[in-house]
Design a protein around this ligand. Structure first.
Ligand code: NAD
Ligand code: UD1
Length: 351
């Protein structure tokens, strides 16, 4: 009997790649998504890519905060575990509209935890972020590094983690893994699924990709005076397929009968390597054969100088390690962009 996994936010960027890896790994996948920042076409493509496993994917369009709908789903299906991606993620927007972020990200998580508990489903993988390390004083960031929040989005991740820790403290039959993602980029090597943000992208690589396909004239480089090798910010970019596989590793840990109780554990998912903005642009130019015009600008408020992960804990305890480097990330990002310059729904594009 294959394990059945509920994937909240599974139509989105990381969720769709994880849903595919789960299907290919023999899991049954049930996605709940309100399609607020995604398209159902991503899931149609996931089902195609999964070939014979495609029929093991099902989709329910509703908002996670709709408790009766979630109750009904849990009453109709028995889930072995939940991977909780659903959430809003644009930092700038969270500063403008904090209440919307607190409502969506926190209430969504509260409703989920409540319904899971009442149906006896107590295995959870929660999407956290390296944003909780703020501007780290020491790199690489280990799971023990101090955490803080620089904006409302970051606070929803911090509070989400804290809620999970409290839930475990109150009931030790829960098994929860908090995954702190560094900078997910790239796309599935097929070029059929990838990142398709609505509106103007906030993150570096979706913006670079849109410049490459002619949707935007130039990339603005935020900050050229950092104390780094070329003056631009350094991040730990991780291929989204590696990231998706990290979730399978987390599920394996939660389902391992030899592990009496993993409690509530946190793991970094990164590569442990730092890459500057200009290095990333050069790698993308090489992969795409496109020139990316640059506009040098001042630092973006809230940006850290250098952030990269310590990967030791995930390697040792999850038996997981990223396989891909930035050349593969850029190759696959370009393949996706070139095949889908306006994303999943060209007519709905908000350029
Ligand atoms: P995404 O926006 O592509 O996917 C999130 C999905 O959740 C979307 O499909 C959206 O429609 C859905 N959703 C949002 N609110 C919902 C709700 N209330 N009910 C049902 N569905 C809802 O984002 P992503 O990049 O795939 O990120 C997934 C998770 O990982 C998020 O929690 C995000 O904060 C976290 N994360 C992302 C990054 C990143 O750079 N992409 C980095 C660190 C952490
Ligand atoms: C941002 C968020 C962080 C979130 C993460 C992943 C901010 C302040 N932080 O982090 O909370 O967890 O995304 O979603 O928004 N850059 C440019 N030009 C651009 C875009 C980015 O030069 O148009 C630079 C940035 O200054 C940074 C690097 O590229 O040095 C990476 O930026 P980005 O992809 O936004 O990720 P983070 O800054 O790590």
């Amino acid at each position: 009997m294959s394990l059945s996994i509920l994937v909240t936010g599974g139509a989105g960027y990381i969720g769709s790649h994880t849903a595919l890896q789960l299907l290919l790994g023999g899991y049954k996948v049930v996605v709940v998504d309100n399609l607020d920042n995604s398209s159902q076409i991503s899931l149609e493509r996931v089902a195609q890519l999964a070939q014979d496993h495609g029929p093991n994917l099902s989709f329910h369009k509703f908002d996670l905060r709709d408790k009766p709908a979630l109750e009904e789903l849990f009453a109709s299906e028995k889930f072995d575990a939940v991977i909780h991606f659903a959430g809003l993620k644009a930092v700038g927007e969270s500063v403008q509209k904090p209440v919307i972020y607190y409502d969506n990200n926190l209430i969504g998580t509260i409703v989920l935890l409540d319904v899971m508990a009442s149906h006896g489903c107590k295995k959870l993988v929660f999407s956290s972020s390296a944003t909780v390390y703020g501007w780290p004083k020491v790199v690489p960031c280990t799971e023990e590094s101090p955490i803080c929040a620089m904006n409302p989005y970051g606070r929803t991740k911090l509070f989400g983690e804290e809620m999970c820790r409290d839930v475990y403290k109150s009931d030790s039959t829960w098994k929860i893994i908090l995954l702190r993602y560094f900078n997910p980029v790239g796309a599935h090597p097929s070029g059929a699924i990838g990142d398709d943000p609505r509106g103007i992208p906030n993150n570096l690589m979706p913006f670079v990709q849109q410049v490459a396909v002619g949707r935007r004239p130039a990339l603005t480089v935020y900050g050229t005076d950092y104390g780094t090798k070329d003056g631009t910010g350094i991040r730990d970019y991780i291929h989204v397929v590696d990231l998706a596989d990290g979730h399978i590793a987390a599920l394996n840990k939660l389902s391992d009968p030899s592990v009496v109780c993993t409690g509530c554990e946190v793991y970094n998912l990164g590569t442990g390597k730092g890459t500057s903005v200009l290095e990333m642009v050069t790698a993308f130019e090489k992969a795409s054969g496109k020139k990316i015009p640059l506009v040098m600008a001042g630092r973006r408020p809230g940006d850290a100088e250098v952030v990269y992960a310590s990967t030791e804990k995930a390697e040792q305890e999850l038996n997981w390690k990223a396989k891909y480097g930035i050349d593969e990330m850029c190759r696959d990002q370009w393949n996706w962009a070139n095949n889908n310059p306006y994303g999943y729904e060209p007519c709905a594009s908000t350029d």
